[in-house]
Design a protein around this ligand. Structure first.
Ligand code: NAI
Length: 457
């Protein structure tokens, strides 16, 4: 039986590219899973076929800092097909799929730097490996690559990780300037990254254009809602094996991700409670049928509490006296700051691993609370992240954004943009087509009617 499917076995024919992965023996298993995901990513596959013919990324060095999953592997294959030289590092220490990282190196010849459970020093060593590549395009999920690049370029090295500091010092001022001057643009995958990048734009420190892939309709309406909704519940269930039916699930944050989590928790039979700070979102949650209350009330009744706010310290030691015995706390927002884990751990009289990805904390009064996946994105740490079907659209946006940056190199200002609407709609049309769905088209009469103001009652 062929174990690598249609993936070329890079290691047999050539020397391996630079890498830091857990174990190359996992490559065959990873390659099979990458091929499985590929079957569910027809839009990306069609872009890959076009890229193979047209090579729109020829001559580009593309450094990507993304969750190292099967879907990301197919995006990397697409960028390589487009003619780019690619380097990949992890955007989160716990989300890497080690078999995929191995397959990227040994079956696809793509330099990959990612190990599940890597510590902070290794995480930043991997970011450094991507910066050393002198990228012309960067691709981020959370903006860690761009942030590191800007700190290096600006020589602002006081707060940065020693690994990045050493890199910047070795470059010297001229090397730092030439590193940043070589970047034609960047793309950003997630809400939190876009928020950081807009703050950079406001502070006038952004040096190149960024395409906020998250802002495409074919990204956040589907990935954040249906992807995070399903995979967050998947992560909670895989970690705990709880029956969700009959439980009270508290969802903190009713943005695109929160809506999805609430919808899917309800679908599994949970009573859903939403906490918010935005009155419009709170109203929407109330009219969608969920209970809405502040966290100080929700924390008393939640069997499972999920944070998806993109904010910091949503659950803190102040909530500890309120939690039910056995409560499960987890986060699906980008950074691990939504639950104050050090603060909660400091209150524990005992703590132990109850199951993989489940840390039990015993409080002084005897109650036990459970923290999932060290407060990191539970859907990626304890499950596999979003299904390929939905990442198909997110990563079609990423591939098109890279192509757009090359086409418009030098003409875009150092601002945060969204992908042009016609490209976004084009991805939706292609996705519908691959799903075998067709829609109506406007008649000439309807088009004229919509464009006119003269017709009324
Ligand atoms: P969003 O901006 O649409 O929603 C966030 C919501 O949280 C807003 O409605 C805001 O009012 C609310 N909020 C802020 N502070 C709050 C607080 N203290 N208490 C209660 N609510 C609060 O953002 P979106 O797209 O839903 O993303 C949320 C987070 O999830 C971000 O960090 C994003 O990067 C991340 N994300 C994670 C994914 C995953 O795979 N787990 C996928 C996509 C996004």
């Amino acid at each position: 039986m062929r174990v690598l499917g249609n993936a070329p076995d890079w290691s047999e024919s050539m020397s391996l590219p630079p890498h830091d992965v857990l174990n190359l023996d996992l490559a065959a298993a990873g390659a099979r899973r990458i091929a499985w995901a590929d079957q569910h990513m027809p839009v990306l596959a069609s872009i890959r076929q076009r890229f193979e013919r047209e090579k729109p990324l020829a001559g580009q060095r593309l450094a990507a800092c993304l969750h190292v999953t099967t879907e990301t592997a197919n995006l990397m294959r697409t960028l390589v097909a487009g003619g780019a030289e690619v380097r990949l590092c992890a955007s989160n220490p716990l989300s890497t799929q080690d078999d995929v990282a191995a397959a990227l190196v040994a079956a696809h010849g793509i330099p990959t730097f990612a190990v599940k459970g890597e510590d902070n020093a290794r995480y930043y060593r991997h970011i450094r490996a991507c910066l050393e590549f002198s990228p012309t395009i960067t691709m981020d999920d959370g903006a860690d690559l761009v942030t590191s690049l800007l700190f290096v370029a600006r020589g602002e090295l006081d707060g940065v990780h020693p690994e990045i500091r050493a890199f910047a010092e070795a470059l010297g001022p001229a090397g730092r300037e030439s590193l940043i001057a070589g970047v034609i643009g960047s793309t950003e995958e997630t809400t939190t990254g876009v928020i950081r990048l807009r703050a950079m734009e406001r502070d006038s420190v952004l040096r190149f254009p960024v395409i906020a892939v998250n802002d495409s309709d074919t990204k956040h309406l589907f990935d954040n809602r249906y992807g995070t909704g399903q995979s967050t519940m998947d992560g909670i269930i895989r970690a705990t094996n709880l029956l969700i039916s009959g439980l009270t699930v508290v969802v903190a944050g009713y943005g695109w991700c929160g809506r999805g989590v609430a919808m899917r928790a309800h679908g599994l039979g949970a009573r859903v409670v939403v906490t918010e700070i935005d009155p419009v979102k709170a109203l929407e949650a109330a009219m969608d049928g969920w209970q809405v209350m502040p966290m100080v009330e929700a924390a008393r009744i939640g069997d499972v509490i999920v944070t998806v706010t993109g904010n910091t310290r949503v659950l803190t030691p102040a909530h500890a006296p309120l939690f039910k015995n056995g409560a499960v706390l987890c986060n699906s927002g980008h950074f691990d700051v939504e639950i104050d884990i050090p603060g909660l751990r400091a209150l524990a009289v005992d703590r132990w691993e109850a199951r993989p990805f489940v840390e039990a904390l015993k409080l002084a009064d005897g109650r036990v609370i459970h923290l999932l996946a060290e407060g990191r994105l539970v859907n990626l740490a304890a499950a596999e992240g979003h299904p390929a079907v939905v990442m198909d659209m997110s990563f079609a946006n990423q591939a098109m954004a890279a192509e757009h940056l090359v086409q418009r190199a030098g003409s875009l200002r150092p601002q945060v943009f969204r992908l042009p609407e016609e490209l976004d709609k084009g991805i939706a049309a292609l996705k519908l087509e691959t799903m075998g769905r067709s829609i109506d088209v406007l008649t000439a009469e309807q088009e004229a009617y919509l464009a006119s103001w003269r017709e009324g009652t």
